[in-house]
Design a protein around this ligand. Structure first.
Ligand code: HEC
Length: 111
């Protein structure tokens, strides 16, 4: 029994420090939070000079991303009726998804 309680406490400890603290979306910034996510996970297929598999969605500038942000938030959350993104790769981590949601909710500040 003691072992189980210990294990449980350890799991709670692990999950509590990994997620919340490191994901502060209050000062979400296009330049330092959002653009790096797009550059790392999306621009290979959604860049200006490249049309991967016939898709014509460009996300590699502020204006282009802003225009598509509602679809982007749905696609990275694997919402029904949306093609799950990034395509053929694992789902983005929770913090990256929260950053995109927070940026969208704030009206896409160009900061
Ligand atoms: C390996 C190439 C590839 C990567 C990486 C990729 N996409 Fe896509 N994306 C596509 C293709 C191709 C389509 C066209 C629909 C389809 O074939 O699934 C698409 C479609 C979309 C759509 C429209 C989805 C819909 O159902 O209307 C959005 C939004 C999108 N991508 C956003 C993103 C975002 C955001 C990322 C990065 C997190 C990303 N994509 C990464 C290839 C990619």
């Amino acid at each position: 029994m003691k072992k189980i309680i210990f294990l449980f406490a350890f799991v709670v400890y692990l999950t509590s420090c990994s997620s919340e603290k490191s994901c502060d979306t209050s000062n979400v910034s296009y330049k330092s939070n959002i653009k790096p996510i797009i550059d790392n996970y999306c621009s290979n297929c959604h860049g200006a000079s490249f049309e991967m598999m016939g898709n014509n969605i460009k996300l590699d500038s502020y204006d282009l991303l802003k225009e598509k942000i509602n679809d982007v938030v749905k696609a990275v959350n694997h919402a029904p009726n949306f093609s799950p993104m990034p395509k053929m790769m694992p789902k983005l981590n929770d913090c990256d998804i929260k950053m995109l949601e927070a940026w969208s909710a704030k009206g896409c500040p160009n900061n």
